[in-house]
Design a binder for this molecule. Structure first.
Ligand SMILES: Nc1ncnc2c1ncn2[C@@H]1O[C@H](COP(=O)(O)OP(=O)(O)OP(=O)(O)O)[C@@H](O)[C@H]1O
Ligand SMILES: [Mg+2]
Length: 225
């Protein structure tokens, strides 16, 4: 099975008011095709930091990150944006839907960025929206839909380009208990159907348990549970 993500000796420090904060220290991780992994740890421990590094939204202090054998730590912004669009679906902790675009436009944006024609992107957008159960809200704007609906839209946007890897940062964090169950079942069924790799950051024990491998960030280290 091929290795879709490899992290080697990854270290991340932030400098805040001239003080250096060590967040991640010498992290190593290998994740294979269609593997699901969870990353847990207390608030502020560095979970989002790690996902941001994997998505190329931030650069490491030291170490290497390979996505599908490509070293992303040497890529420029354009190369990173292109790789992200092709290979990574990112579900953010606070959705990040663009307020000025309606739900359909939000969902198909990554496809358009990748050069898919508008007709094809819309067709795919409709298909995915139906599957995800957001098809009745496509003309609404983000401010006009509920938290659960926003999360569905964010998932639809993350999978529109059929990425190899889905990075999900607390995908059920903003939902009530009923929607937590619905959204987590949906996410796992998508990943399984498309044989995608899932990297899931969560505080929810039930959700973490669904993953094949479980990790914990503690004292700047990534520990296998
Ligand atoms: N851009 C930044 N500049 C400086 N410090 C930062 C920055 N981003 C994060 N940090 C610090 O890094 C640490 C890890 O933050 P991170 O957001 O990764 O935590 P987390 O584990 O995702 O927490 P939560 O569970 O609350 O989402 C925190 O102490 C945070 O204050
Ligand atoms: Mg976080």
């Amino acid at each position: 099975m091929s290795e879709v993500l490899k992290i080697e000796n990854l270290t991340k420090h932030y400098i805040n008011n001239q003080e250096e904060i060590e967040v991640l220290n010498n992290i190593n991780l290998s994740v294979y095709e269609s593997e699901t992994i969870s990353i847990q740890g207390i608030s502020g421990v560095g979970k989002t930091t790690l996902l941001n590094l994997i998505g190329g939204f931030d650069s490491p202090t030291d170490g290497k990150i390979y996505i599908d054998n490509e070293d992303i730590t040497v890529m420029n912004e354009t190369e990173l944006a292109h790789l992200r669009n092709r290979k990574i679906g990112y579900i953010f902790q606070s959705f990040y839907l663009l307020e000025e675009l309606n739900i359909l436009e939000n969902i198909i944006l990554p496809a358009l960025k990748l050069g898919t024609s508008k007709t094809e992107a819309i067709e795919r957008g409709y298909q995915i929206s139906k599957f995800i159960g957001i098809e009745k809200r496509l003309k609404h704007y983000p401010s006009e839909i509920s938290g659960g609906e926003k999360q569905r839209a964010a998932i639809a946007r993350a999978i529109i380009n059929n990425p190899k890897i889905i990075c999900a940062d607390e995908p059920t964090g903003n939902l009530d208990s009923k929607h937590k169950g619905i959204i987590s079942d949906l996410l796992f069924s998508i990943v399984e159907n498309n044989k995608q790799t899932l990297i899931l950051v969560t505080h929810e024990e039930d959700l973490a348990k669904k993953c094949k491998a479980r990790y914990l960030i503690e004292n700047c280290s990534l520990i296998k549970n």
